[in-house]
Design a protein around this ligand. Structure first.
Ligand SMILES: *Cc1c(COP(=O)(O)O)cnc(C)c1O
Length: 378
């Protein structure tokens, strides 16, 4: 059996162990220390816009704290893009709040501004103004932030930007993760850079960052004994893990280039195959890190379907995966309100994510190309 080709696997840069060794040498084996501060500084410099970043244990934890900071409580409603990974929506349930799901539009596969407007107006009419809007930059593709931000401003609802998949992506030159009231980053093992597990919350004021750090370290009041006037969380990033992050930040731009090259590789393979579209930026305002490359296979035009391609790749030990199954179709959220049509549903039916790692070799690419070409008979 040939080696497994993964959809997206960790890709170390080389200096990660140097930062970890420094932490051991100085005994900073704790959820604070020079690597945590250094990693936050690196992210702030990379993102620009004078953001303040709080390094946390996971992107999911960052979303949870963002909702708390947006004053989301039991029984409140929060609008969320339906087509996403469950981690975008689960923290709404952690707060005892109700997700209101919104469909995607076909250009970016992200939140449809028209469906968002309909959702906001209908929820307000039904007596409840949503407390926040969670918009996702799926597979690194920036959402239509101008249109979405205009609605958020009009209705005075804060945006929580789930940029877990979009570190290195920009919209009109501005980094994804810096548009919303809060931005969420993830450094899970499959993301464009990884700390093995970790996340961060992008804030716009030192005050917001201080509050997030306070909540993430058990909400300890300023007193010599342990004194608490709020419920806290154990969500801070460890200094060991942050050392991996510092090493990864040194190679982030290379990783973006390599992922974008994988996208170009698929564009080239599929250019002569009818009925297959590679997920690409709609125009030059959108710059995707192409965390994952994906295709839509139209069975009526191509005579093929995405599941058969998945199985053909799997037979050669190559991992691929259907697009995220929309949240409004998930059993766990079946009672949640939903606005929009069937765009995300159709994307799910016909879409497939292909191996996209920055560490794939020419030999890996040859194997992938051979299977695809023989599957489509070209
Ligand atoms: C990975 C991911 C998350 C969660 O991040 P973790 O660090 O794994 O908790 C949230 N949203 C999206 C869209 C993701 O892809």
């Amino acid at each position: 059996m040939s080696n497994k080709i993964w959809l997206s696997s960790p890709h170390m840069g080389g200096n990660e162990l140097k930062y970890i060794n420094e932490a051991f040498d100085e005994n900073w084996v704790a959820p604070l220390g020079p690597n945590v501060n250094g990693f936050e500084d690196d992210l702030e410099a990379f993102l620009g816009k004078n953001v303040k970043v709080a390094a946390l244990s996971a992107g999911t934890a960052a979303l949870h704290l963002a909702l708390i900071e947006c004053d989301v409580h039991h029984g409140d409603e929060v609008i969320c893009q339906s087509m996403t990974f469950s981690a975008s929506a689960n923290p709404i349930a952690y707060c005892g709040a109700i997700p209101v799901f919104v469909d995607s539009e076909p250009d970016t596969w992200n939140m449809c501004p028209d469906a968002l407007k309909e959702a906001i107006e209908d929820r307000i009419q039904k007596g409840k103004k949503p407390k926040a809007i969670i918009v996702v930059h799926l597979y690194g593709m920036p959402a239509k932030m101008d249109e979405i931000t205009a609605l958020a401003v009009e209705y005075q609802i804060p945006i929580i930007e789930d940029a877990a998949e979009a570190l290195g992506s920009t919209y009109k030159g501005q980094a994804c993760g810096t548009f919303g009231r809060f931005g969420v980053l993830s450094f899970n093992g499959n993301k464009i850079i990884t700390t093995s597990g970790g996340g961060a919350l992008v804030c716009h004021t030192q005050e917001d960052k201080d509050k997030v750090v306070f909540l993430s370290t058990q909400a300890r009041d300023n007193a010599p004994h342990y004194q608490h006037s709020q419920i806290g969380f154990n969500y801070r990033m460890s200094n060991i893990v942050a050392g991996i992050g510092r090493g990864q930040m040194e190679v982030l731009n290379d990783r973006v280039s390599a992922r974008r090259a994988m996208h170009d590789f698929y564009v080239d393979i599929f250019k002569n195959i009818n009925g297959v579209t590679v997920f690409s930026e709609p125009e030059s305002d959108f710059y995707s890190n192409h965390w994952l490359s994906a295709v839509i296979i139209d069975p009526e035009v191509s005579g093929k379907n995405r599941e058969d391609l998945r199985l053909a790749l799997l037979k050669d030990n190559i991992e691929s995966r259907p697009l995220w199954k929309p949240m409004h179709l998930q059993p766990v959220f079946e009672n949640a309100p939903y606005y929009g049509g069937n765009i995300s549903e159709k994307l799910f039916d016909n879409g497939l994510c292909l191996p996209s790692g920055s560490n794939l070799s020419d030999e890996d690419r040859n194997r992938i190309e051979k299977i695809i070409r023989s599957f489509f008979g070209i």
